[in-house]
Design a protein around this ligand. Structure first.
Ligand code: HEM
Length: 412
């Protein structure tokens, strides 16, 4: 039901910045689910020349889009709702997340062997050692920032170890990736998007090229070597494709887990009962992770472009239309989840944080689950009384669902 101050639902424009002041606009999504679950926004105030787009807010319809790559292409218009300076379409199309089958499937298959639950589980001890090392590094500090002092260094080293980058480069990589995914956030990027374009992107490319040259000369047991040696239809990848594959894994692998961990820990710290459950039975950490994924999926959206006219949720989609799937909305769906806005690690609920099936289902699912579980287990084991000690801040971004800061007191 709309109140008198709210515009009629057809006039609502989901991406207008006024809705995004504190993370994804859960109130707007709630209204759309109830009044118009497949909803047309006529555009976005900041980009008057951009065409409108469909918002898909329920699991059922997100699954229909995700599973039908022929009608809903990742390649034709890329994965983002709005054009990005940093990820123009040609760059997205050089990553397999921005390709359609058959090329998508051939490239993804190269990596799938390295990311199965079994192969991933072999990294458990190494990941635990990384997380413990980061917590050790806090020494006897009484306070810290959960995002920048715990989450960031853990996730950067885990994905860095998979990719084969040295630990001393972690902070630089993290800075560049944060700058790219939150390019419009003045706090993350005080110098503005131009600096990202002129300084940070070339830095990433330079670092990548150096690493690629090293792996060509001397292959190692890491994912950069997989990229360097990959052959699709008998042909090696071009350097551009290798750099883009590297960037995809590096970005998808760190920003995502950082966001889910930080927001999940925030919910645990805000609810003494949930925290006590975990302290009494640390084997529930995996359940806490699933609940965090449901409520705080790492990506606010992925986009498709219709390749043909289609019907979705009673709406007529036209060929060429943008179709945007909102994951934070799906996790809060009334009727699917009881009291959807309450964090309850016992609910054992399914969610679509990693995608709703289909070809682009997240490659890093097993790694993300393992890494998140270990981070929750180790952080609570080390700091059972950890408490929020300041105001968290959501990144100003419509693609990633992320906190930039969460001050905590580690000990009472
Ligand atoms: C909490 C953590 C994570 C979440 C919630 C998440 C979510 C997602 C989602 C929703 C997609 C689907 C994109 C689409 O439909 O277009 C995706 C794709 C992908 N994710 Fe993740 N992800 C996470 C962690 C990771 C990690 C750790 C990696 C590690 C390398 C990773 C690598 C990828 C890749 C390569 C794709 C593209 C797959 C494809 O196009 O076939 N993700 N992820």
């Amino acid at each position: 039901m709309s109140t008198t101050e709210e515009p009629p639902v057809d006039e609502l424009r989901v991406l207008d910045p006024e809705h995004w002041t504190d993370g994804p606009p859960l109130g707007v999504f709630k209204r759309l689910r109830s009044e118009c679950p497949v909803h047309w926004s006529s555009g976005i105030s900041e980009h008057p020349d951009e065409p409108g787009f469909w918002s898909v807010t329920k699991t059922e319809h997100i699954a229909a889009v995700s599973k039908d790559w022929r009608t809903y292409s990742s390649e034709r218009g890329g994965m983002l709702a709005m054009p990005s300076h940093f990820f123009p379409l040609e760059i997205q199309n050089a990553m397999f997340i921005g390709m359609d089958p058959p090329k998508h499937d051939r490239l993804k298959a190269l990596f799938q062997r390295g990311f199965t639950p079994k192969r991933t589980a072999e990294h458990e001890d190494a990941i635990r050692a990384i997380v413990r090392g980061v917590l050790d590094g806090l020494g006897d500090r009484e306070t810290c920032d959960l995002v920048t002092d715990i989450a960031q260094p853990c996730v950067a080293r885990v994905i860095g170890s998979f990719m084969g980058t040295p630990p001393e480069d972690d902070a630089a990589w993290a800075r560049v990736i944060n700058a790219i995914v939150s390019a419009d956030d003045p706090e993350v990027n005080p110098e503005g998007p131009a600096a990202v374009m002129e300084r940070d992107i070339p830095e990433v490319v330079r670092r990548c090229q150096a690493l690629i040259a090293e792996r060509i000369a001397e292959p190692k047991d890491d994912l950069t070597t997989v990229l360097v040696q990959a052959e699709v239809d008998g042909e090696r990848l071009t350097e551009h494709e290798i750099v883009m594959g590297f960037l995809l894994l590096m970005t998808a692998g760190q920003d995502s887990t950082k966001g889910v961990f930080s927001q999940g820990m925030r919910a645990i710290m805000e609810d003494p009962e949930q925290r006590q459950l975990l302290l009494d039975d640390p084997s529930l950490a995996g359940d806490a992770v699933e609940e965090a994924l449901r409520m705080f999926p790492a990506f606010a959206h992925f986009r498709r472009t219709a390749t043909a006219d289609a019907e979705l949720g009673g709406q007529q989609i036209r060929e060429g239309d943008k179709v945007v799937m909102w994951y934070p909305s799906a996790g809060r769906e009334e009727g699917v989840y009881e009291e959807p806005d309450r964090f309850d690690l016992r609910r054992g609920a399914e969610h679509i944080a990693f995608g709703a099936g289909g070809r682009h289902f997240c490659l890093g699912t097993a790694l993300a689950r393992l890494e998140l579980r270990i981070m929750v287990e180790e952080t609570l084991a080390r700091f059972p009384q950890i408490a929020i000690d300041g105001t968290p801040r959501a990144a100003q971004a419509v693609f990633v669902n992320q906190l930039t800061t969460l001050p905590v007191r580690l000990r009472p």
